[in-house]
Design a protein around this ligand. Structure first.
Ligand code: ATP
Length: 445
């Protein structure tokens, strides 16, 4: 069994190999904001594409949308975010740290008391105060109250206010859904755990509009679909579970809510929420905007506000999940081999082409093969260093296959393919390499 990954190792690999960097690192970084490097952007894009394909492309009853980040400020009054999107915050008067009161284990300051006089010797917490998590900015040239707008804290509201636009411009009927991938911003009090909780992040949200009375059935259906999607990422099944929200955990808009949780190195945590939001949002937008939001059902001649079943996942959180699940260390010939065991369909690089040595026509043949392959899939060419070291580098970034051009390639028109997980090698014909890889990529999901 592979070692459980530690976050430290994962963060260090992410930086070393170009998955994720701290934002504005040369200036000392910016609190809980991260940048995706060449491999990270490819991995996250593969995850988002898979989500989009499974919901928008592979189904007839869901449409895509890309709403703006800035919205009319009334939207956030209607949604309840201006008055209610708050976390209880406490300050420690001694060490000046700030915490979310609901996350403190025993109402004690978690900073270690210091023995140095004048430093933190005892915790002295303030009473909790409600802190709004929305980022404010100003629209236009004047910084005045009337010009305040918010960076959206969720993509969902862009979907609600566009629900009739989508319905009227597409040929959809209730039940149908709207899917969106986009940035959201929350001024989290205690962000952390790398890209798990950040202040700028990307959501993958889908709102499914249904006839009231059918919401519970759709809720169960969507739960099953979403869990299957996470399993399809190749995650370890025993590290996935459901968490049902109890009455005191339910958000103000929700009738029922379940989280998909993953067992991270820092414990079980939510990666996606499935919510039965009732007609709360449409009703509120109808009230605040004065515009009718009802759906007219031709078959029955009835008018009603649809109920909404929402599936809300974080692209960054799922990326962290995939990375944490993929990381493993193995002892090979008294050396530690680090492997990112990504499912091939998620791996940022699918194949590396390596000349065994840089002579006897091998570099030319390898480059030719590389150029041919990169037109079909993300490929990498590496001609420098010992072959063993080059294999290890590919293991560390999760490349499922390495193709090696050796002294027999020119004469026999064949190459070796090395498998990342088993390290076994197969000999295959040079002109079959592309289709061999394509078949395996398709089979991986
Ligand atoms: P949490 O309880 O972790 O704060 P939440 O229940 O407020 O999350 P939702 O509002 O349901 O989260 O958002 C849906 C998804 O968006 C979450 O499951 C998570 O994957 C992602 N998400 C929410 N907040 C953040 C954040 N600060 N950083 C990264 N991803 C986030």
């Amino acid at each position: 069994m592979a070692d459980a990954p530690t976050m430290e190792k994962l963060v260090s690999l992410a930086k070393r190999r170009g998955f994720v960097f701290q934002s504005s690192e040369v200036y000392g970084g910016l609190g809980s904001v991260w940048d995706y490097g060449p491999l990270g952007v490819a991995l996250k894009r593969n995850i988002k594409d898979r989500w989009w394909r499974s919901l928008v492309q592979a189904r007839d009853d869901i449409e895509g949308l890309d709403a703006a980040i800035l919205m009319h400020p009334r939207v956030w009054e209607a949604s309840g975010h201006v008055s209610g999107f708050t976390d209880p915050m406490v300050d420690c008067r001694t060490c000046k740290s700030r915490f979310r009161a609901d996350k403190l284990a025993d109402a004690r300051c978690p900073q270690k008391p210091s023995k140095v006089p004048g430093e933190h010797t005892a915790c002295d917490l303030t009473e909790p105060r409600q802190f709004n998590l929305m980022f404010k900015t100003f629209m236009g040239p004047v910084e005045e109250t009337a010009a305040v707008v918010y960076l959206r804290p969720e993509t969902a509201q862009g979907t609600y206010v566009n629900y009739l636009n989508v319905l009227n411009s597409s040929r959809q009927k209730v039940p149908f859904g709207i899917a969106q991938i986009g940035k959201a911003f929350r001024n989290e009090i205690t962000p952390g755990n790398f890209i798990f909780r950040t202040r700028e992040f990307e959501q993958m949200e889908m709102q499914f509009f249904v006839r009231p009375g059918t919401d519970e059935e759709w809720f169960e259906r969507w739960r099953a679909v979403r869990m299957a999607w996470h399993e399809g990422l190749g995650l370890t099944p025993s590290r996935l579970r459901w968490h049902q929200h109890g009455p005191d955990e339910l958000a103000h808009y929700a009738k029922a809510a379940y989280d998909v949780e993953y067992e991270f190195p820092f414990g079980w945590q939510e990666i996606e929420g499935i919510h039965n939001r009732t007609d709360f949002d449409l009703r509120r937008h109808q009230e605040y905007s004065g515009k009718k939001m009802e759906y007219f059902e031709q078959a029955t001649g009835e008018r009603y506000l649809p109920y909404v079943v929402e599936t809300a996942a974080g692209a960054d959180r799922v990326t962290l999940t995939v990375m944490a699940d993929a990381y493993r260390e193995e002892m090979v010939e008294a050396e530690t081999r680090v492997v990112m065991g990504f499912a091939p369909h998620l791996a940022p690089v699918k194949v590396a082409v390596l000349p065994l040595v840089n002579k006897d026509g091998m570099p030319e043949l390898a480059l030719e093969l590389y150029h041919d392959l990169r037109a079909a899939m993300p490929a990498f060419h590496d001609a420098s260093g010992a072959i063993g070291r080059r294999y290890r580098r590919q293991d560390e970034i999760g490349t499922p296959w390495c193709v090696t051009v050796d002294g027999d390639t020119a004469g026999q028109r064949s190459v070796t393919v090395r498998h990342r997980d088993s390290m076994a090698q197969d000999r295959i014909g040079l002109d079959q390499v592309k289709s061999w890889l394509q078949q395996r990529l398709v089979a991986s999901g």
